[in-house]
Design a protein around this ligand. Structure first.
Ligand code: FAD
Length: 414
């Protein structure tokens, strides 16, 4: 069988869609294959109780230089540019003004030390003040930002993201996931529910085994998560061991969401926020009535996300309701109805939230991003040098890898 396809893009998340957008208008033949029955991957807007809820990415981070912002504008998606409420504590409940300012100063001092006096170990926990009163708060923040505690994080990697971020965080009321899924270029040869099980190199290019049969192509562009790549779900040839190892050193953090519907009258004001307990590293971050909708979004990070991943969604709802009752009083319990919870950490073909680098391994992002012999190309959020962990980083990585494919196969089309 000859390799009649020029490029197979594996994975139709933000990176795969971006690669497809770059390659579809060229003369190359392109096939996009996706293991699941939908496009978007970790970008997923779920319409439930008449609300478009983002189960994965939600905030257009660095929105002023985020390519999805430009695509939203071009395709008529509204963008909400209001500052996020997450820096404020609803009526200072359980977290006084003095405490809020001490906690944010402690976090800022830790971030500054990571930048100006990075620990020789490259372990972000080694920049903590050993007697710091707000270390649990910093751990909670690190869980939200990276999905892991500081003792798991490379200081260099953390700083690379921080320095590049523009701190503009906007939203798409119709859903970030919906925006990304609707950006799939058309026409495109797309095969859903087609997991790649193994990749082999042959004389002419690559051979990908799927349950629906083998696909031969001149090149493959892999966009699957680092958990999927390192976890062995795709059997890789031994020559890609350095890429598999890099993926393992860039694990996915743990982040989950639990949405609680607000029923009837309640004290909750729209577009507000509260931390459940700023002294608990597992604490939920509660975004109250986004866009005025009758819902509270509980965001859990690091160990907190383990509540859902290890004990199931009911445990997550109970934890969130208990924290909200502790803040707002027992009368709110009957107003809160579990709506939907994620379990990204146990979702087949994803396996977590977003990548972080283990101490000493920030450089693995560049290792993972390298093409192999002009035949196998790599994209996905984890391959971006500083916008990793985001949907816009995924976009740029897909675009970059598509350009590499073009340079290899059709140099005139760059
Ligand atoms: C809870 C949560 C909150 C987040 N919040 C934000 C946020 O506010 N802002 C932000 O910018 N980012 C956020 N992110 C991160 C963002 O969603 C991701 O960085 C981005 O969507 C990753 O895109 P990707 O294309 O690299 O990977 P993915 O979305 O993982 O896409 C890879 C695709 O490959 C498919 N695949 C896997 N294995 C195979 C196989 N064997 N064969 C074929 N296909 C396969 C998968 O099904 C998937 O569709 C969040 C993520 C989570 C989980």
């Amino acid at each position: 069988m000859s390799a009649d396809i020029d490029v197979v893009i594996v994975g139709a998340g933000a990176a795969g869609i971006a690669a497809a957008r770059r390659l579809a208008p060229t003369m190359l033949s392109v096939l996009l294959i996706e293991a699941t029955a939908r496009v978007g991957g970790r970008a997923s807007t779920c319409n439930i109780a008449n609300m478009p809820l983002d189960l994965g990415c939600e905030w257009l981070h660095s929105a002023d230089r985020n390519h999805w912002t430009r695509l939203a504008e071009a395709s008529g998606y509204a963008i909400d540019q209001r500052d996020p409420a997450w820096v404020s504590q609803y009526r200072d409940l359980g977290f006084t003004q003095t405490e809020q300012s001490a906690a944010s100063q402690a976090f800022a001092a830790w971030s500054a030390r990571l930048m100006s006096a990075p620990p020789p170990s490259d372990c972000a926990a080694d920049a903590l003040d050993p007697d710091g009163e707000w270390n649990a708060f910093i751990e909670a923040m690190s869980g939200f930002i990276s999905g892991a505690a500081p003792n798991r994080l490379s200081a260099k990697d953390f700083v690379a993201y921080d320095e590049a971020s523009t701190d503009n965080n906007w939203r798409a009321p119709a859903g970030y996931g919906a925006l990304i899924a609707s950006s799939l270029p058309r026409p495109i040869d797309l095969r859903l529910s087609t997991p790649v099980e193994s990749i082999e190199l042959d004389r002419k290019g690559v051979k990908l085994e799927t349950p629906a049969g083998a696909i031969r192509a001149r090149t493959a562009l892999l966009t699957v998560s680092t958990a999927a790549l390192a976890g062995g779900a795709i059997k890789l040839p031994s020559c890609l061991e350095a890429w598999r190892r890099a993926a393992a050193l860039l694990p996915l953090g743990r982040n989950e969401k639990a949405f609680l519907e607000i029923v009837g009258d309640s004290p909750f004001e729209p577009e507000t926020h509260a931390l459940g307990n700023p002294c608990d590293p597992r604490t939920g971050s509660y975004f109250i009535r986004p866009f005025g909708r009758p819902v509270i979004e509980c965001f859990l990070g690091g160990e907190g996300a383990g509540i859902i991943e290890d004990a199931g969604p009911a445990a997550g709802f109970e934890y969130a309701a208990d924290q909200l009752v502790a803040l707002f009083g027992s009368s709110v319990r009957r107003r809160l109805h579990p709506l939907i919870a994620t379990c990204w950490g146990r979702t087949t073909f994803i396996g977590g939230a977003y990548s972080y680098a283990l101490p000493g391994h920030a450089a693995e992002r560049a290792v993972l991003a390298r093409p192999f012999e002009q035949r196998i190309f790599f994209a996905g959020e984890a391959t971006h040098p500083h916008d990793f962990s985001t949907a816009h980083g995924a976009y740029h990585s897909g675009f970059r890898a598509a350009e590499e494919v073009l340079a290899a196969l059709a140099p005139g089309q760059l």
